[in-house]
Structures are given as structure tokens and as C-alpha cells.
Ligand binder design. Structure first.
Ligand code: 9Z3
Length: 327
């Protein structure tokens, strides 16, 4: 394992680094609107009289998709983190089915819940213009389009699915902080399921070029600053009672489990879900203090997804966690 990487991972996150990240970040647009919708969502889905063992009060914040790091304030170029958003979108469906209400913090343009069976470009592939005034769904896609629209809209209209989009690392962390503060009173009934692929490095706003960087100036040297490890803040300060699950993504299988274990200890996660890029849709390894469970997609069933048994396991371990507080 890379010693330098190791040393960095084990470094405590100084609070002043976190403060300066937020202080220098561009102002979050719609912050008041987001706070209002979060408050309504929490009021609607939790009741102080509810028993912790029931699923009624359970809420999960699912993060999904990759964060971008802009290189210019008027952004033309950016660095991206790979994530299609499929894990987050599929998990949202399984958590809703399990009786949870879901805050879905997703990258704009990434996969959406209930849409996985749609073709890549649904607008162009599913519809035909019948005549000048009407558009029809092609018979082949009619059922898929119908269920995507109805299930998605029903969950939003019922108030059990709140969708909040982000693009940049700044938006992602600012909204995550708002969510965690809003879910504070949900206590152990809240889960953070952090499937988003989050940038490790960024260009601080104050040192970022305003305009498009000019290629005429020759090769580009960029110095990236390390993003403060917000997992510690989330776990210890923002939502200390919640059940915390982070993901560890590697391309080198040999270091995957060691890295997942390190994240478990360093950030005091309740669960770290280890996955390897090329096999992430087939298998994940759930790492906790007590166990390591390999979760596989049921390849005997057409269309089966690894998120189905994964969410089932998470719900079970969350129930055990909640029971400790319910006595
Ligand atoms: C994951 O590992 C997710 O499972 C994937 C899902 C991004 C691989 P897709 O969206 O893929 O279905 O295409 N997410 C976490 C990735 C990450 O950035 N983890 C950090 C790390 O590995 C810790 S927060 O250091």
C-alpha cells in the first residue's frame, strides 16, 4: 500500500480546513429553498410519537453520481469523478420499497430512480411524432415509460422522495451539510448512504481563474488542494447519531479491503461498502467492525441488481443498530 496515501488518510481533519472550505466556497444558490424543502420533508416523514422499531420514521440520505471540480469560475473546464449514478438510483428504489423515505442527493444528468430500464436517450428513442399536434410513446417502450413516470412522480408527490441536484464539489458538500443538520433529530433512524464519487482534490475558489484558461500560454500547471475529509465532520459533528455507510472504490483489488478497513476505522463508519470498478455491478463487500459479507447479484434472475440484496442487508443491520436506542 502507498505509504504517503496511508499517512494522508490517517491524518485528522483539522476543523479550520473545513471552515475555510465552506467560507471560501461560492454561495449555494437556492439554499433557503433547499432548507425549506428539507424541513417539510422531515416533518412529513417523522413523528415524535413513532416507535423507533417501526419503519415509519426511517429516512435515508443517498448520495449519487460524481462531483466536479471547476478549473475556472466561469467554468469551461472541470475535473470529474466517475459515477453513472446507477448504484444510488437503484438503491433509492429498494429503500423506498423497504419503507424508508429518501433524500436523493444526485449529480445533475446522472441516473434517476425508476428509469434504469429506459434506453439511453428516452426522448429520442421512446417517442414518435404522430402528427403536428401529438406525440406518442412507441409500443415497445410504453410500459417502461409509464412505470418510470408514474413511480417517480408518485414517490415525489407522496413526499417520500426528495430529489436535490448538485454539480460541483462545493454544491455537494454544502447540500450534504444542510441535509445532515436537517436529519439530526431523526437520530439513529437516519442512514447516510454515501454512494457518490467525491473529488479528493479541488481548486479553492479564491485561487481559481475567473475566465477560460488560455491555451496560448503553453502547458498548464494546476495545483490542487486536498478536499478536507468531510466524512469525519458528518460522522462526529453534523449527524452523530445516524447510521453511516460510505463506499470505497478501487481499481486494484489487492488494496481494496485494506482501504475499506482503514476508512471504517478512520471515519468510524458503521459500514464501508467496498467495490472494484469493473465488477461493481456484480459484487460488493460489506465491511463492518464485526463482519465482512460478500454480496452478489443473483445472476439466475434476469434484470436482478446487486443493490437488491445489498439494501436488504443494510436495512437488517440498521434495524439492529436502532434497537440499541429503543430499549
Ligand atoms: C462508489 O464506490 C460507488 O459504488 C460507485 C457506483 C461510484 C462505484 P455507479 O454510480 O458506480 O453505479 O456507476 N462510490 C464511492 C466512490 C468514492 O469516491 N469513495 C471515496 C473513496 O473511495 C470515499 S467517499 O475514497
Amino acid at each position: 500500500m502507498d505509504a504517503i496515501d496511508d499517512a494522508n488518510q490517517l491524518r485528522e481533519t483539522p476543523k479550520n480546513e473545513v471552515m475555510s472550505f465552506f467560507e471560501s466556497a461560492p454561495l449555494l444558490k437556492d439554499a433557503a429553498e433547499i432548507e425549506k424543502s428539507l424541513k417539510e420533508f422531515v416533518d412529513r416523514n417523522t413523528s415524535s410519537s413513532g416507535n423507533l422499531s417501526g419503519k415509519a420514521n426511517r429516512v435515508v440520505c443517498i448520495t449519487s453520481g460524481g462531483t466536479t471540480v471547476p478549473l475556472e469560475k466561469q467554468c469551461v473546464r472541470y475535473i470529474d469523478n466517475f459515477s453513472s449514478g446507477h448504484r444510488g438510483a437503484a438503491s433509492t428504489e429498494y429503500f423506498l420499497n423497504a419503507g424508508y423515505s429518501v433524500v436523493f442527493l444526485y449529480r445533475r444528468g446522472s441516473c434517476q430512480p425508476f428509469c434504469s430500464s429506459l434506453p439511453d436517450d428516452p426522448l429520442l428513442e421512446c417517442f414518435s411524432v404522430a402528427d403536428d399536434s401529438s406525440i406518442e410513446v412507441d409500443a415497445l417502450h410504453a410500459e417502461t415509460v409509464k412505470s418510470a413516470i408514474t413511480e417517480n412522480r408518485a414517490a415525489v408527490a407522496e413526499g417520500i422522495l426528495l430529489k436535490l441536484p448538485f454539480t460541483t464539489i462545493f454544491e455537494y458538500l454544502q447540500i450534504l451539510q444542510l441535509i445532515s443538520v436537517s436529519l439530526r433529530d431523526v437520530g439513529p433512524s437516519a442512514i447516510f448512504f454515501l454512494a457518490a464519487a467525491v473529488s479528493d482534490f479541488y481548486v479553492p475558489w479564491e485561487s481559481m481563474a475567473l475566465h477560460k484558461i488560455q491555451s496560448a500560454s503553453g502547458p498548464l500547471d494546476i495545483r490542487l488542494t486536498q478536499v478536507p475529509k468531510m466524512l469525519s465532520m458528518l460522522r462526529n459533528e453534523w449527524a452523530p447519531m445516524a447510521f453511516h455507510i460510505s463506499f470505497k472504490l478501487e481499481t486494484d483489488t489487492d488494496i481494496l479491503l485494506a482501504k475499506a478497513n482503514m476508512a471504517l476505522k478512520q471515519y468510524k463508519m458503521h459500514m464501508v461498502i467496498a467495490n472494484e470498478l469493473s465488477t461493481r455491478k456484480e459484487v460488493v463487500i460489506v465491511v463492518t467492525e464485526q463482519e465482512k459479507v460478500t454480496v452478489r447479484r443473483d445472476c439466475t434472475r434476469a434484470g436482478a441488481e446487486v443493490e437488491s440484496p445489498l439494501v436488504e442487508l443494510v436495512v437488517d443491520r440498521h434495524s439492529t443498530y436502532i434497537k440499541k436506542f429503543d430499549a
